[in-house]
Every structure is written in C-alpha cells, then in structure tokens.
Design a protein around this ligand. Structure first.
Ligand code: GUN
Ligand code: ZN
Length: 435
C-alpha cells in the first residue's frame, strides 16, 4: 500500500534549546510524505517527493494542516477509563476507594475486551499512536489489550501488573503466579505485530520482597524489555514504602536493590526525589515520567522537569497522561498542564520543546526513536494531522497567529480532540474510521 500525503511537515532532530533553535527540527511548508507498507519511504518538498514517487500514487492533500509524528503517551492505565474523575483527597485514598475496586472487573475477559476497544478509540481520537500501558493484575486484561492492539496494527508497550499485597485479595497475584503469568504474556504477545511487553510491578507498596525478586528475575531473563513502576508520587506513599523496606536507604533504593533501575526502566511521577535518588536515576539512565494532570488532580506535587534537567547529572524524562489519575487522554492538554506546573516553579518550556516531548522526546525515553516519534525515512508511518483552527475560539485566535511557534502554542493551550484532523496508524487513516 502506497500513499502520498501533502501538507506542512514538522519533525524534531533533538531537544530544542530555546525559541530560536531552528536547527532542532525540520519543517516543510509544502511537504510531501510518501508512505509504503506502513513506513515512511520519502520526505521532502512536495514537488520533489511527487517526482520521485511511483506513477499514479494515491495523494491525500492535508493542506493547510500540520503533519507530525503521532503522539506518544508513556504512562497510562488501561483499566482506569471508568476511574477518571473520582473524588479523592490523595493517591492512597484514590487507589483504595476507586481504583482497586474498578480494576477487579478486568478478571472478566468480556469486560476487558470491551474496554480495550474503547481505550484504543480514545487514543486514536486524541492523536496518540503509541502508549505504554498498565493492564490489571489479570492475565486476561493483558490478552485483551494486546489482541486489540494487534488488530489495529499499533505499536504498544504494556504489561500485566504484578501486585501481591496491600490490595483486595481479588486483585493480588503471588510471586510465582505473577512471574508465570508475565512470562506467558511475553511468550504470547512480545514481538507479535508491533506489541512490546513491559515487566510491570505496580509499586513497592503492593509488591512483597519475594515478588520484587521475581520482577528482578524477569528483567534478567528479558533484558530488552521495558520495566515500568511508580516512584515517589505522594508523601504518605513514600513513608509507607520506607516502612515496608526498612533496609533501603530511600524509595529509589528499593527498586535499585532488585536491579530494576536502567535505561529501559520507566518510573511514574518521581516528584519528591532527593539529590541522591536523582543521581541514582541519572547514573542508571532510568526515566522519570512526568504526569501533570494526575499530579495536579491528586494533589501529589509539582514535578521538577527543569530542575532534574539542569542538574550536573540530568535525569532522563518523559511526559504522560496517567489516565485515570490523569484527567485527559490528550497529549496537548497534558503539555498545557505541564507548562503550568513549570510556571509555578519559575520555569517554562517552549512550544517547540513541548511538541518535541510529545513525539521524539518520548520516543527517546523509550529508546524507540528509530521506529517512532519522527518523520524519518524508515520510521513507522504513525502520524497526526493537526488543525489549529478546528475550534471556534482557536479559529478566531488563528487570525492573529503569525508564526509556527505561536500556532503550536495555541494548539497546546486550547487544543483537544477536535484539533486532531486525522490520526494515521501504520500509514492508514484511523481517526476517520472511528465513526
Ligand atoms: N501508584 C500505584 N498505582 C498507581 C496508579 O494506578 N495510579 C497512580 N497515579 N499512582 C499509582
Ligand atoms: Zn500510574
């Protein structure tokens, strides 16, 4: 299947340093993007790409819209679609009152399959083409997730959650069953289509030392897999984790003791890290995942994206929705809230940095930038088509917008699913087909 897209094209080469850093991206005002067999086969000025393209190729004209790599959401909970907007004062109350109740429903394969369909619909609606997801403790939930992702030909990273204490019995596995089920999920799904399995101990509070040893064993057996968990989100959580692992010097050290730090490890939240913990994250190449809408909604705190980035030993960072602690599926809304979290700390990020982070930046955090997050030749043809004027109020504002930076900033500040004119998955229009 070959298709030629025409429109304005924007793709990042590296993290932009300031508003004037135009060496950090490539931009084609009248661009052509050739897609062959789900991959990007050519990119450049439209006239040139048109000339090099096969005779009679189908052309889709997206002018004047902006075509970018699909958005990447590196921390989201698939079984929490119906937890979003639950009224709670803090993380632990929210988990115990709503989340650990709702996730029990995912032992039912029929329910998991229904929600998987809805989940991928929402991702596509908001322009997200890759997500790193937590399933529930049930193997059936991971089966439902990966079956749907395979059907839609999406690049997804996800794991069956391992949790064996401090939760309802119906939501607990055991060290052995958590290990066995994770191994089975890997055998069944890893590398099938574009599926990646992640080793997923939920967090130190819900895993016994015996289960952490099993997570360590899995990480040792499958060194190419991602590891995902939660770290340092809430002060009560930090105190509880310290009680459960008295031998660890701090929260990060709990994971370090089980060999779970490393360049493929993603730690959700990381709000209250000490300098020592930040150094340990940095030295191991671990990734801190900023979840602004969740951190604000649960009152967890202000993530120091710039503080961690400015250190002599910077910490790698990604930015994510964290549905259902998070409150929007939209990476545009997420970056808007992230921007405000930085403002409250006397920092900011430029619109170019924001759109870098939604795309290439998050891909780099996953070490997947050779496959996703750019418009480079050979990359997966996962794309968003952005229409900054899709909303009446943004159409009005667009009358006075005069630069690409202003246009990006408007989409970040006011955009939502209406801003996403189309989402392409492996070269095929997916949003238009949602109905
Ligand atoms: N810590 C452990 N589990 C969770 C979860 O589901 N959401 C959030 N925000 N934090 C967690
Ligand atoms: Zn989370």
């Amino acid at each position: 299947m070959t298709r030629l897209l025409r429109g304005r094209l924007l793709s990042f080469l590296r993290q932009p340093e300031d508003l004037g850093d135009d060496g950090s991206y490539t931009y084609h005002e009248d661009g052509g993007l050739l897609i062959e067999d789900g991959k990007i086969a050519d990119i450049g000025d439209y006239a040139m790409v048109r000339m090099r393209a096969p005779e009679g190729v189908e052309t889709v004209d997206h002018r004047p819209h902006l075509i970018m790599p699909g958005f990447i959401d590196p921390h989201i909970h698939f079984p929490q679609m119906q937890v979003v907007g639950s009224y709670a004062g803090n993380l632990l109350e929210w988990l115990n009152t709503y989340t650990f109740v709702e996730e029990q429903r995912f032992g039912d394969a029929g329910h998991a399959a229904r929600i998987a369909g809805k989940f991928f619909d929402e991702l596509v609606r908001y322009g997200t083409t890759t997500a790193v997801a937590y399933c529930s403790v049930h193997k059936a939930s991971a089966d439902a997730f990966f079956a749907e992702s395979l059907r839609r030909k999406m690049r997804m990273v996800a794991g069956k959650v391992m949790m064996d204490r401090n939760a309802p019995t119906a939501l607990c596995d055991t060290p052995q069953s958590g290990y066995d089920d994770t191994k089975q999920v890997i055998a069944d799904w890893h590398g099938k289509g574009r599926n990646h399995v992640a080793i997923t101990p939920r967090f130190a509070i819900t895993s016994t030392p015996a289960q952490m040893e099993m997570a360590q064993a899995l990480a040792g057996e499958f060194p190419d897999l991602h590891v995902q968990t939660h770290l340092s989100e809430n002060l009560d959580e930090i105190r509880f984790a310290a009680e459960l692992y008295p031998e660890a010097i701090d929260y990060t050290d709990i994971y370090a003791r089980y060999g779970l730090l490393g360049p493929r490890s993603l730690f959700g939240h990381c709000i209250h890290l000490s300098d020592r913990e930040a150094d340990a994250m940095s030295e191991s190449g671990s990734v801190a995942v900023f979840c602004p809408t969740s951190n604000l909604f649960l009152g967890s705190g202000l993530f120091g994206l710039k503080r961690l980035g400015r250190r002599p030993r910077p910490v790698r960072a990604a930015i994510a929705t964290d549905i259902g602690g998070g409150t929007s599926y939209s990476m545009l809304r997420t970056l808007d809230e992230g921007y405000k979290v930085l403002q409250l700390q006397g920092d900011r990020m430029t619109p170019f940095e924001s759109f870098y982070r939604m795309t290439r930046g998050n891909a780099e955090a996953l070490s997947l930038e050779d496959s996703i997050g750019t418009l480079d030749v050979g990359s997966d043809a996962d794309l968003v088509v952005l229409d900054a004027g899709a909303i009446p109020a943004t159409a009005l504002k667009m009358e006075v917008v005069s630069s690409l930076a202003e246009e990006l900033f408007l989409m970040q500040t006011m955009g939502d699913d209406r801003t996403i004119a189309e989402t392409y998955v492996a070269g095929e229009p997916a949003k238009g087909r949602l109905g």
